[in-house]
Write a protein that binds this ligand. Structure first.
Ligand SMILES: NC(=O)c1ccc[n+]([C@@H]2O[C@H](COP(=O)([O-])OP(=O)(O)OC[C@H]3O[C@@H](n4cnc5c(N)ncnc54)[C@H](O)[C@@H]3O)[C@@H](O)[C@H]2O)c1
Length: 260
């Protein structure tokens, strides 16, 4: 059987942990040569050691445009081209607009949104040559507001719409899509996982009644990167166990006694 990404060269940012680690692992399992990019060198080495396949690790701060340019240059030098860029590294920042510092706001924009601009700018000439694709990790937090996550809401909305702008401006050569996870069981959500009230609310709001394993996001990215998605561009694929399927109305059936 031919692997889905055989012969492809992919960069995955934020590959030291969580979703990025699962994506790098899944891409390698499908035959891609994978560049792991992260600021966490120790975590990257652990990811690297756990992957059975061709890899290269490049220490990268995705909020630094020179670092990101180098990440792409080193990849092309090593593998002779680039087929897939996954702009995945990101952080969530808690705080209301009324108490967020300039530093927190700008740091969030730097890591979550500027990174997508820098990565896409550096990679697009190579992706145009290879008829490649970009996949951005957005979030359901980019489709509405959250309580106390205003900076994150802003950047993820930006990632989602920048994805669409890139798709319309860089077709037909390059496909550009985003994935919007809901609640994923990674280090980034450890505090949520340990908070009973938050977990109770998640269980009530998520039809599948659980958080996603990072591998369940990675499998969707494999699809978007593969020929199976050859006509998919400009799309934001929500992977949230149904959390945002609700229209947000009261629980009529429960309150009107219609449930058994
Ligand atoms: N976990 C969730 O529930 C969830 C939901 C929706 C979207 N997301 C998004 O998924 C992506 C991955 O998150 P995760 O849950 O796997 O988190 P994670 O904390 O497990 O992984 C994030 C990775 O990004 C790296 N990183 C942070 N700052 C960086 C920088 N400046 N340069 C390079 N690398 C940097 C970290 O070292 C880490 O390895 C993020 O964009 C996040 O916003 C996560």
């Amino acid at each position: 059987m031919v692997s889905k990404l055989s012969g492809k060269v992919a960069i995955v940012t934020g590959a030291a942990s969580g979703i990025g680690k699962a994506v790098a692992t899944a891409f390698a399992a499908e035959g891609a040569s994978v560049v792991l990019a992260d600021i966490d060198t120790e975590g990257m080495s652990e990811t690297d050691a756990s992957i059975d396949g061709e890899t290269l690790t490049i220490e990268t701060d995705v909020s630094d445009s020179e670092d990101v340019d180098k990440m792409v240059e080193d990849t092309v030098d090593e593998f002779g081209g680039l087929d897939i860029l996954v702009n995945n590294a990101g952080v969530g920042t808690f705080g209301h607009v009324t108490n967020l510092s300039n530093e927190d706001w700008e740091r969030t924009i730097g890591i979550d949104l500027n990174s997508v601009f820098y990565g896409s700018r550096a990679a697009l000439p190579h992706l145009e040559d290879s008829n490649g694709c970009i996949i951005n990790t957005a979030s359901i937090s980019g489709r509405g507001g959250d309580h106390g996550l205003e900076a994150y809401n802003a950047v993820k909305g930006g990632v989602r719409n920048l994805t669409k702008a890139l798709a319309i401006n860089h077709g037909p050569e390059v496909r550009v899509n985003s994935v919007s996870p809901g609640f994923v069981l990674t280090d980034a959500t450890q505090d949520f996982q340990e908070n009973e009230a938050i977990m109770d609310e998640y269980e009530e709001r998520i039809p599948l009644e659980r958080g996603a394993d990072p591998e369940e996001i990675a499998s969707v990215m494999v699809f978007l990167a593969s020929d199976a998605a050859s006509y998919v561009s400009g799309h934001d694929l929500v992977v949230d166990g149904g959390m945002t399927a609700s229209a947000g109305q009261p629980k009529f059936a429960k309150h009107l006694g219609l449930e058994e």
